[in-house]
Design a binder for this molecule. Structure first.
Ligand code: SF4
Length: 78
């Protein structure tokens, strides 16, 4: 399991999450930030930092964001 960044990040890219991640597993792509699921330790620190509520635990991603679990994996090269 991991945390996942979903659609509201696109166009926002606030980056507050990046600053709080203790293992530096949040990376920047062209459109959005993403979380490497193999590196995330599920600490939850990033979730409340996002001003557009784009970060969810994998088990709590809303239906409209489900495809982003795979997208975060793909962007991580996994
Ligand atoms: Fe980083 Fe913790 Fe967020 Fe995972 S849950 S991306 S380890 S801040």
């Amino acid at each position: 399991m991991t945390y996942v960044i979903v659609e509201p990040c696109i166009g926002e890219k606030n980056s507050s999450c990046v600053d709080v991640c203790p293992v530096s597993c949040i990376y920047e792509a062209e459109e959005m930030y993403y979380i490497n699921p193999d590196e995330c330790i599920e600490c939850g620190a990033c979730e409340p930092e996002c001003p557009v509520n784009a970060i969810f635990h994998d088990s709590a991603v809303p239906d409209e964001g489900k495809s982003y679990t795979e997208k975060n994996r793909e962007l991580s090269g996994l």
